[in-house]
Structure formats: structure tokens, C-alpha cells
Design a protein around this ligand. Structure first.
Ligand SMILES: C[S@@+](CC[C@H](N)C(=O)[O-])C[C@H]1O[C@@H](n2cnc3c(N)ncnc32)[C@H](O)[C@@H]1O
Length: 209
């Protein structure tokens, strides 16, 4: 089974995000696997008018929030059904463009540059950083921000059909990997889980030199 087929199978089992969060908001950014938990878009810096790329954008919920704040968002996902799902829910918002592509293939095939690249339990978790990070750097404007989240190593089972393709690393490993690829101001932390949960969320942020 190809990666696209495996992710299509995963997509078939995913449920749409609820329509309103605990604060009554219709769009929001959630870095963690828990509702109404953790930081939001503030770690990305200014967003209005910025070109934002999400790698592994799924149903587009996080990118839609950034577009609602004035960003110009491109969402890339390897599973073909995700583009239609994201457009079906968020197509009414201006400034959004969803594509079907593998993350590195997309980056290698575009001349576009971005001010922000993010990935929420997305393609950064499932792609060899030795391939992905040079491609991200090549398309991040100087001073641009890369931020991503995933479960801490060995804390979650891979999604069905995707066994063995995760590239989760410890904070120390990510610091070395990101620094080794020329990123600066690298910050990698594990956010504490909400009460009653045991698994935190690894959140990384780095700036392109
Ligand atoms: C666990 S889901 C998270 C989706 C979304 N970011 C969210 O938070 O709801 C991972 C997503 O990444 C996509 N994905 C995985 N590997 C990818 C790759 N190499 N290139 C592009 N998309 C990828 C999958 O199709 C899936 O939609």
C-alpha cells in the first residue's frame, strides 16, 4: 500500500472537528491532541498578510483559522480526499488554497516562498527530516518560522497502515536536527497534558536563518 493509500484509509476514519470550541470560536488553532488545550497561533508571530504553508493539513481546520486572521494559507496533504473535505468546510474563507501532494514533492516542485510553515501531527512527523528540512528551508523567507507538533516518542501507536514511518524525536534530538539544518532560535518543549491524561505534546519552533 502506498503512503497516499494508507493516509486515505486514515482519512476515512477521521471525524470532522466540532463546529465551535469551548470559547465559542468557530475557528481555532490546536497544536495538541486534546480539545481546548495548549498554546494557539501566538507562537507563529504576525499572521495578517503572511504566506503560510501547512504540511499535512488534513481537514484544513488549523489553516482555516490562520486564514481567518488574514494569512494567505496553502495546505498540502498527501491523501486526495483531504482537499475536497477542507474545501467543503472552509472554501468560503478567502486566502485558502488546498493541494494534494506529498510534502517534499510539493516543496521540490514549487517556486513559492512562505513566511510560516507549520505541521500539526502532520507531514513533519511522517517524513525523513533529512529530506524535509532542507526543502522547508529552501522555501522559507529569511526570518520565517517553522513550527510543528507531534506526540512525544513512543507514546502513541502509529495510525493504521502507517506503521514504521513516524519520525518522532525527543526535544534534544530535534534541537540537534533543526540546528544542524541551519535553523536558529530553536525551541522544543513537551507541553504537559490536561488533567487526567498522561501523554504530553511535543511542540517545536525554529527560525530560518
Ligand atoms: C494525524 S493527521 C493530522 C491532520 C491535521 N494536521 C490535524 O491536525 O487535524 C496527519 C495528516 O498528514 C498527512 N500526511 C502524512 N504524511 C504526509 C506527507 N508526507 N505529505 C503530505 N501530507 C502528509 C496525512 O494525510 C494526514 O492528513
Amino acid at each position: 500500500m502506498s503512503s497516499a493509500e494508507a493516509w486515505e484509509r486514515f482519512a476515512a476514519g477521521s471525524r470532522p472537528r466540532r463546529s465551535v470550541n469551548a470559547r465559542g470560536e468557530k475557528t481555532w488553532l490546536n497544536w495538541t491532541q486534546y480539545p481546548d488545550h495548549g498554546p494557539a497561533e501566538e507562537i507563529l508571530g504576525p499572521l495578517a498578510g503572511r504566506r503560510v504553508l501547512e504540511l499535512g493539513s488534513g481537514g484544513g481546520d488549523n489553516l482555516a483559522h490562520l486564514a481567518a486572521l488574514g494569512a494567505l494559507g496553502t495546505g498540502v496533504d498527501i491523501a486526495p480526499s483531504r482537499k475536497a473535505a477542507a474545501e467543503g468546510r472552509w472554501g468560503h474563507l478567502p486566502g485558502l488554497d488546498f493541494r494534494t501532494a506529498e510534502a517534499v514533492d510539493f516543496l521540490d516542485g514549487t517556486a513559492e516562498t512562505f513566511d510560516v510553515v507549520l505541521s500539526v501531527f502532520g507531514a513533519v512527523w511522517f517524513t525523513d527530516p533529512g529530506r524535509l528540512l532542507p526543502a522547508v528551508r529552501a522555501h522559507l523567507a529569511p526570518g520565517g518560522v517553522l513550527a510543528f507538533s507531534h506526540a512525544p516518542p513512543a507514546s502513541r501507536k502509529p495510525p493504521p497502515g502507517n506503521s514504521g514511518i513516524r519520525h518522532d524525536h525527543t526535544p534534544a534530538e530535534w534541537r540537534a536536527i533543526l540546528g544542524g539544518h541551519g535553523f536558529r532560535e530553536v525551541s522544543v518543549t513537551v507541553l504537559a497534558p490536561p488533567a487526567g491524561e498522561t501523554v504530553g505534546t511535543l511542540l517545536a519552533r525554529a527560525v530560518a536563518g
